[in-house]
Design a protein around this ligand. Structure first.
Ligand code: CIR
Length: 252
């Protein structure tokens, strides 16, 4: 169960964020409204949510998930793979004081929290354009002595591991075809996202409820089968920057 989350409001410079999507420029005002709904949804599910103000000069800073990893008793400050995002971590580290034993990924390691999926005592770490082998090894070195089974996952195409693999409760993972069936996920139930709706793989399990992006009927139909309450949230403005629901918070 999650009890708290850290988020950061998108700023007026949001359109300056990194992206590979060709979906046009995000509207900062609409993004702010979508963010407020997201925070409201987390609070509605019982989480105490801290909302940091925008970080001027860091248009991607609302994607706080990438700046740290919360796993069990640890709060690990990440070292984002994109140099433009490294200035986001200081204020997040300060906000996370007291959330767990502090640790940090250091050079030459790079690691984005979006590449880390920690469930029960299993931690999958994606090797991506953002997370390198040194960063993944540093995180595993911190977690393994605490009883975590750390497994590396080459991401290949796509931004992050959690662009294509997420936990949707119990022993079930929601995966894109790109990740389905790999040995590293053996022993877990696998729900495969229908082609054309890969973005909705970034669905977030919070205390028995699934938060999913609005507008993905095939994934919705698949998730209904799990029998969990479903909340659909508008994410259009964050999607324009390759961001989704998990990216917008750090949870513990
Ligand atoms: C970036 O490229 O870093 C941001 N525009 C999007 C980050 C999305 N984060 C995530 O999936 N965890």
């Amino acid at each position: 169960m999650f009890t708290r989350a850290l988020t950061r409001q998108p700023g007026p410079d949001l359109a300056g964020g990194l992206t590979t999507a060709a979906l046009g420029a995000p509207d900062p005002h609409l993004a702010l409204r979508q963010h407020a709904r997201y925070v409201e949804a987390l609070r509605g599910l019982g989480l105490e949510v801290q909302v940091l103000p925008p970080l001027p000069g860091h248009p991607d800073a609302c994607f706080v998930e990438d700046t740290a990893v919360l796993a069990g008793s640890l709060a690990v400050v990440a070292r984002p793979g994109a140099p433009s995002r490294r200035g986001e971590t200081g204020s997040v580290a300060a906000a996370l004081a007291g959330w767990g034993t502090a640790a940090a990924v250091t050079a030459p390691g790079t690691l984005d929290g979006g590449d880390v999926l920690a469930v029960e005592r299993t931690c999958w770490i994606g090797l991506s354009g953002r997370t390198n082998a040194a960063g993944a090894a540093q995180l595993a070195h911190l977690l393994t002595p605490l009883g975590w089974d750390c497994r590396q996952v080459p991401v290949g195409a796509g931004l992050h591991l959690k662009s294509g693999v997420n936990h949707v409760g119990g022993r079930t993972l929601l995966l894109t075809e790109q990740f389905a069936g790999r040995d590293v996920f053996a022993g877990w139930e696998q729900l495969v996202v229908p082609a054309g709706e890969a973005y909705a793989c970034n669905t977030l399990w919070i205390n028995g409820t699934l938060l999913m992006p609005a507008g993905f009927p095939a994934v919705r139909a698949l998730l209904v089968g799990l029998g969990l309450p479903l909340v659909e949230l508008e994410t259009s403005e964050f999607r324009k920057l390759d961001g989704g629901l998990t990216c917008l918070s750090l949870r513990s």
